[in-house]
Write a protein that binds this ligand. Structure first.
Ligand SMILES: Cc1cc2nc3c(=O)[nH]c(=O)nc-3n(C[C@H](O)[C@H](O)[C@H](O)COP(=O)(O)OP(=O)(O)OC[C@H]3O[C@@H](n4cnc5c(N)ncnc54)[C@H](O)[C@@H]3O)c2cc1C
Length: 504
């Protein structure tokens, strides 16, 4: 089994619309409680001493720079605070003991994996203990190629995992931010460009080992690829962002690498034309590998960064085709016809690896290229998702909104599943620009909810979007979430201040 037989270290980069209906709740719900923030410095000191007694001294730190690294993110504008202590456990048992100390002393616990999340997910508004996984819990525990699954610790980075799996002809299809690790990917319920073909994290986790807020360990189920035994506790933890428990092991499904993969690119006169290809493609039954939409602003940025690639400054669709050669040849033909129907320009597809790399380069480098559109720009990356048929409308309305703004807002979307990413460029030192960025983000979120969409397709809720969740889901659904939260974490120590909107 090559590199996957033994424990392998895989280091992570450290780096309203109310739809509330006036129906009676179906269950008697626990009244949501507001947590009293822990202001007890003595408790933190006591926790530090107990953690030092528990772990090797170098696995417990209060180093200021480390605390900052684990509480703040360049990728987020919702940075609310740092933890007081960072710990690096080596096993589930050590996590149990850490959580027991935190529970006894009523100190918050924040899990940290790759640190690439975008909505202030791991910031520590109440301080507390950050449990970091990339240092010593970054191993493959077991590899079952015949069953197409692998058991990993939370600090395993997805790119490293795929590099190791390549020689076995396998891969794990999630592709979130560079450096993201399995713990955080489960935490956020991530996906990426491959989701249109392969689905999201919610479909690719078989079971989880979780340390609950009281220190109890649960394994959500056994290892078969399907099971109808009881509640789906695995999915309960996926997307829970460390607010219900700490994941210490995950069994992931694996996919067989497609026999053949190629890419194609086509530009369009308007973004509405480009977006209109997507529902047609879905209805035509094309099993596309990826379909990514970049608007004219984003293509302008790509042209500025890489003029040699020869892209036009027009809305452009990037397609990925995967499968057998015969299947991809057929799908290229179908998709090429669909682009013509929607006034597409030249449909360029790759016939060699070099052409493939060159054609996809624009998609790969677009986020970095976007920074060229404004001096001193920070990028506020926000994502929403709508039913695919509503995507052209969402895009057209958003385009109108951003055209009236003084901030450049290029966009790129995983268009195949209706997932739309707006990149708002603003100078964070200018308050009026921050306010404008906030307004554009809120408008986008409200537009998506109005179109039966979601406030986030893959980045998660974190701190930044929790105030919008009630508008999307309604009071009863939020109350049910609070009931679950309060039942599992009555002291509210697990990643306080995230996901759930404040109780009314
Ligand atoms: C350049 C860039 C591109 C991106 N592109 C995408 C994309 O295409 N698709 C996408 O989905 N996302 C994308 N993201 C967002 C990000 O990569 C994902 O949200 C990713 O899943 C976060 O993983 P992480 O390991 O960095 O998690 P972290 O940031 O470490 O944590 C995320 C959340 O999970 C919790 N958590 C971490 N570890 C555990 C654990 N062991 N147990 C319980 N909870 C835990 C944390 O407390 C936090 O709430 C992008 C980010 C960047 C910077």
């Amino acid at each position: 089994m090559g590199g996957l037989t033994s424990a392998i270290a895989f280091g992570g980069a450290n780096y309203y619309f109310s739809n509330t209906s006036p129906v009676t709740p179906v269950v008697e719900q626990v009244k949501p409680q507001k947590r009293q923030p822990n202001k007890d410095k003595k408790a933190i000191q006591q926790a530090f001493h107990e953690l030092q007694a528990l772990l090797p001294s170098e696995h417990v730190t209060v180093d200021e720079e480390t605390l900052q690294l684990h509480g703040y993110s360049e990728n987020s504008y919702h940075n609310e605070g740092t933890p007081n202590i960072v710990v690096y456990p080596s096993s589930t048992e050590e996590v149990v003991q850490i959580v027991k100390i935190a529970n006894k002393l009523n100190v918050p616990i924040i899990a940290f994996s790759g640190g690439t999340s975008l909505e202030g997910h791991f910031t520590a508004p109440e301080g507390g203990i950050c449990i970091s996984f990339t240092e010593h819990m970054d191993k493959v525990v077991a590899f079952h190629p015949d069953d197409l699954d692998i058991v990993v610790q939370p600090g395993v980075q997805w790119e490293n995992l795929n590099a190791q799996l390549k020689e076995h002809g396998l891969f794990f299809p999630m592709d979130p931010g560079p450096g993201a690790c399995i713990g955080g990917m489960v935490g956020t319920g991530c996906s990426g460009t491959n989701a249109v073909r392969w689905g999201t994290m919610r479909e690719w986790v078989i079971n989880l080992t979780v340390v609950l807020p009281n220190g109890q360990v649960v394994k959500t189920r056994q290892r078969p690829r399907k099971s109808s035994a009881g509640y789906d506790l695995t999915k309960l933890f996926i997307g829970s962002e460390g607010t219900l428990g700490i994941i210490t092991e995950a069994t992931l499904k694996l996919a067989v690498r497609p026999e053949h993969e190629t890419v194609a690119v086509c530009d369009f006169p308007t973004v509405r034309d480009a977006a209109a290809v997507v529902p047609d493609l879905t209805r035509a039954g094309v099993q596309i590998g990826a379909v990514e939409l970049l608007d004219d602003q984003m293509m302008k940025a790509v042209r500025m960064a890489s003029p040699q690639l020869g892209y036009e400054e027009k809305p452009t669709l990037f397609f990925k085709f995967v499968g057998s050669k015969a299947q991809t040849d057929h799908e290229i033909k179908v998709v090429s016809e669909l682009t013509k129907k929607h006034h597409g320009g030249k449909f360029k597809y790759a016939t060699t690896q070099q052409e493939k790399d060159e054609l996809w380069e624009g998609r790969k480098t677009c986020l970095w290229s976007a920074t060229l559109l404004k001096e001193n720009a920070s990028i506020w990356t926000t994502d929403v998702v709508v039913p695919v048929s509503k995507l052209p409308e969402l895009i057209a309305e958003t385009k109108q909104d951003v055209s009236e703004s003084n901030l450049p807002c290029p966009f790129a979307g995983h268009a195949g599943d209706g997932n739309f990413h707006l990149f708002i460029l603003f100078d964070k030192n200018i308050p009026s620009e921050f306010e404008e960025a906030t307004r554009l983000n809120q408008n986008l979120i409200e537009r998506a909810i109005k179109m039966e969409g979601s406030i986030t397709g893959e980045h998660g809720v974190g701190f930044g979007k929790k105030k919008y969740l009630r508008s999307e889901l309604g009071d009863n659904t939020i109350d049910l979430m609070w009931t679950i939260k309060n039942a599992m974490d009555p002291k509210g120590i697990m990643n306080p201040g995230k996901v759930l909107p404040d109780p009314k």
